[in-house]
Design a protein around this ligand. Structure first.
Ligand SMILES: *[C@@H]1O[C@H](CO)[C@@H](O)[C@H](O)[C@H]1NC(C)=O
Ligand SMILES: *[C@@H]1O[C@H](CO)[C@@H](O)[C@H](O)[C@H]1NC(C)=O
Ligand SMILES: *[C@@H]1O[C@H](CO)[C@@H](O)[C@H](O)[C@H]1NC(C)=O
Length: 388
């Protein structure tokens, strides 16, 4: 190698060193997720006070704790039926959890309550849980949108409040997952909770509050086609959804494609005005995110997107974590399989204190079983940097 060639190599190296690190090569290196620990939060016994635990939600809190919620279905595994809302809380980043408390009891009711969306108001220091009552109108009427609130980090909860008084009466099933408080403009500070309607009057609907949950009003609607009519296979039928905020202030909503319109994959739609509209121009189908029509987990953390679902076109098995370094236009090719067996709904959160410790983890709650996905609700702490 001639001296000239050597200096050429050195100047090339010097140039490379000046390049910014590619996204995804954060301070700790390449994203290389690892299941760091896992524990079962709830086990369905099929009998007793609670037959089945389903519909896990997980959230951070204003003081850096974790809260996990589930529907405790008293009589059967069905969506319809009387239920409690079960909560457990962890103040040590998921290592240990409080015993279960039942914070809402729908009393004996043939339809009962359904979860739900948990939203943290970081400005007010509160946690709000929005859920539905009598969603299916099964031997009850009307359907109501309800809210409970905690101002002590999830230790105690207010009496239920009926939001249908402000929103109007309609079957609205929030989430399941988390709602957001806008951290960026437009509408910084706004609470945005999205959910879906009945199978006929389905679609993604968002409710908004600009005063920390005191007053709520109806925001964006992405309606199914044909709207308010019986659906056929392959109709456009957006269903359960998970919103998250991008760092440019847009809200991306990752949606269950109930009738497999266009693909057996996720619908993704974006709001540019803080959840007031969901324009069709901002909608696409993410072919990489194959999906058996289920509620999935989605999260933006430090500019990287994370997604969990049972990665299968037709069966609820194979719970998988994917991540995107390109705002969801592509996904890295080496997903993490969290559980190969039966797995259903999932929800994801992270602690965003900015400390080195909190930058390393995301937390997932999901339905997990051996024969059926509704046997347990499991919690996994995922180390994003291969345990380093
Ligand atoms: C909630 O409010 C609506 C509208 O006023 C009412 O029709 C409904 O019965 C209320 N639900 C409950 C559970 O009180
Ligand atoms: C992703 O979107 C953010 C704004 O939310 C933008 O700043 C960033 O450049 C985008 N990254 C890529 C890789 O497109
Ligand atoms: C599970 O998901 C991974 C990642 O997408 C995929 O490679 C694998 O084939 C899936 N397994 C099954 C049984 O669907």
């Amino acid at each position: 190698m001639s001296p000239g060639a050597a200096s050429g190599v050195w100047s090339l190296l010097a140039a490379l060193l000046l390049l910014p690190l590619p996204a995804g090569c954060a301070q700790y290196g390449r994203i290389e997720p690892l299941v760091y620990e896992e524990q079962l939060l709830w086990v369905s016994e099929g009998a007793g006070e609670v037959s089945t635990y389903r519909i896990p939600l997980i959230s951070f809190t204003p003081r850096g704790s974790l809260l996990a919620f589930a529907e405790a279905r008293k009589m059967s595994e069905g969506d319809i039926g009387t239920k409690f809302i079960a909560v457990r809380r962890s103040t040590d980043k998921g290592a240990t959890w409080s015993p279960t408390s039942f914070i809402v009891n729908d009393v004996y009711n043939l339809d009962g309550l359904n979860l739900g969306s948990v939203v943290v108001d970081e400005e007010a220091g509160t946690v709000i849980l929005v859920y539905s009552l009598c969603f299916h109108l099964f031997q009850c009427s009307p359907s109501s949108t309800m809210m409970v609130e905690s101002d002590d980090d999830g230790l105690s909860w207010s009496a239920p409040r009926n939001l249908s008084v402000q929103l109007g009466v309609k079957s609205f099933a929030p989430g399941p997952g988390f709602g957001i408080q806008k951290r960026y403009d437009p509408a910084k500070g706004r609470l945005v909770v999205c959910g879906h309607g009945t199978l006929e009057g389905n679609g993604v609907f968002c409710i908004l509050s600009d005063d920390h949950g005191r007053n709520w009003y109806n925001g964006a609607a992405l309606k199914s086609i044909p709207y308010n009519q019986q659906k056929r296979p392959l109709d456009f039928n957006p269903d359960e959804s998970q919103p998250f905020e991008m760092r440019d202030g847009s809200i991306v909503i990752n949606v269950r494609n109930q009738n497999n319109y266009h693909c057996r994959c996720r619908i993704v739609v974006r709001s540019l005005d803080g959840g007031e509209t969901l324009p069709v121009e901002e909608l696409f189908f993410d072919y990489v995110l194959v999906d058996p029509a289920v509620a999935a987990g989605a999260l933006q953390k430090e500019g990287i997107l994370y997604f969990t679902n049972p990665a299968s076109t037709d069966k609820r098995v194979n719970l998988t974590l994917r991540w995107s370094l390109t705002n969801g236009t592509s996904w890295e090719g080496n997903p993490l399989q969290i559980w190969p067996g039966p797995s259903g709904y999932s929800c994801m959160t992270s602690l965003d204190s900015g400390t080195a410790e909190d930058r390393k983890y995301v937390y997932v709650a999901y339905e997990k079983g051996h024969r059926d996905y509704d046997e347990t609700v499991s919690f996994v702490k995922i180390h994003l940097y291969g345990g380093r």
